[in-house]
Design a protein around this ligand. Structure first.
Ligand SMILES: [Zn+2]
Length: 427
């Protein structure tokens, strides 16, 4: 007897090629989205115990009739800067009026501006502002998200950002993966000697954050000198320090120029590399060979009027795994809706609908090193599920800025419910 079964659903298992969960569990073999057209999912002790056809569903203490709606894995948002203070609508208005990146830098916009605000914000206030955004993400289907530091760029504020991420994970029904990103930008104190800043991060800030149990992954921003990115030598040093602490790495790579950053990430065995607008064939081959997931961030591309786009056709042809993320941040991607990003991934970057949904489920979980536990609807994984008021999973990316979440389920328990139509039958 199972604890609960969700039945009469279009189950988008997102299992690879529909074959794995699919074949055995009665999926229409090889269908896109690993789809079971009239499916059911049974759960016990917070884990998925059975997946298959509704007419073969096992008995359970609770039976939830999904009314033919779409059931997907809980969404995973693998790249956010969601913990920050203030907003930056002024940056947006300046860009609308034609301001360039240099114009914005001159007025302390972007990362620099948010750093100044965040340094001046108390921990309770930072928590309150950030938790509000995370609640919105949960209501839009997110059950696991990554959250970066990088708006402090000094010891006390970097630790404060990471503590707030951890605290959100303790108090809200969501898993927070905490990423140390001291190497987000060069702070004003080190503007003319960035090597010393990297040394400070490696020798002081990262060890303190690790000792406090606040670091799951280490990130950085690598680009050419013209874009004030950290150099290969500086990122090598940062990533060697991460490895010395046993922490995996990810990298903001090749966003504004071809900096060889994708290959650098691959060389360090990075879980993922993000942006990749300028990454070339050699970079794509390196990512594929290393199993480094490409995290594409069309929200930033859209907000920055960036004409150069990541070469999705190239990545696909080389076998690079592609994830998507909201990249929630106040300046370049003020977005809290994964389905809107799926839509941009398709319309701006020409991903397929299936790639876009996989980008926020299976591939996002892979990008965080969590694929064994979540990201698909397969037996043994944690029962993180989202029920959508839609008839087909391709409608998730199809509609523009539409997020018809009915129920969000984490570990088998409902953590968000938007609609009352569900018929719960006690059998
Ligand atoms: Zn980012």
């Amino acid at each position: 007897m199972w604890d609960r079964v969700w039945t009469n659903a279009v189950v988008a298992t997102m299992a690879e090629s529909g074959a794995e969960a699919g074949a055995e569990a009665g999926a229409e073999g090889g269908l896109p989205f690993g789809m079971i057209g009239a499916g059911a999912v049974a759960v016990a002790a917070g884990r998925i115990g059975w997946v298959g056809r509704a007419d073969e569903a096992p008995p359970a203490a609770d039976v939830v009739d999904c009314g033919g709606m779409v059931l997907t894995p809980g969404l995973v948002d693998p790249h956010t800067h969601v913990v920050h203070a203030g907003e930056r609508r002024g940056d947006w208005e300046m860009r609308l009026a034609g301001a360039t990146r240099d114009d914005l830098i001159r007025v302390n916009a972007g990362i620099r501006g948010t750093m100044l605000t965040t340094r001046d914000t108390s921990e309770p206030d930072l928590y309150a502002q950030s938790a509000r955004r995370v609640r919105t993400l949960i209501g839009n289907g997110v059950t696991t998200l990554e959250s970066k530091s990088g708006y402090g760029l000094d010891l006390p504020t970097e630790l404060r950002l990471l503590r707030v991420s951890r605290e959100i994970g303790r108090r809200l029904p969501v898993d927070m993966v905490c990423t140390f990103m001291g190497a987000h930008a060069v702070p004003p104190e080190y503007w003319d000697h960035p090597d010393d800043y990297i040394g400070h991060l490696c020798d002081v800030v990262l060890p303190a954050a690790v000792a406090a149990g606040l670091v799951d992954i280490v990130d950085g921003f690598c680009d050419t000198a013209a874009f004030r990115g950290f150099t290969h030598a500086q990122m090598d040093r940062m990533f060697d320090a991460a490895a010395a602490h046993g922490k995996p790495v990810t990298l903001h790579a090749d966003q504004y120029s071809l900096a060889g950053a994708a290959a650098l990430a691959a060389r360090h065995g990075a879980l993922s590399a993000a942006h990749l607008e300028y990454t070339d064939a050699a970079g794509a081959e390196a990512l594929a060979a290393a199993g480094t997931v490409a995290i594409l961030l069309p929200g930033a591309n859209y907000t920055l009027f960036e004409a150069k786009k990541p070469d999705v056709a190239l990545f696909r042809s080389k076998g690079v795994r592609m994830a998507l993320a909201t990249n929630n941040n106040p300046s370049s991607s003020p977005c809290l809706m994964p389905t809107a990003i799926m839509n941009l991934g398709c319309t701006l970057f020409r991903m397929t609908a299936e790639e876009a949904v996989a980008g926020f489920t299976r591939e996002a979980a892979r990008a965080l090193g969590l694929l064994a536990d979540r990201g698909t609807i397969e037996v043994g994984k944690r029962a993180d599920l989202v029920l959508w008021d839609l008839a087909h999973p391709a409608e998730l990316p199809y509609r523009i800025a539409y997020s018809p979440v009915c129920t969000v389920i984490r570990g088998g328990e409902t953590v968000f419910a938007a609609a009352q139509e569900l018929l719960v039958l006690n059998s």
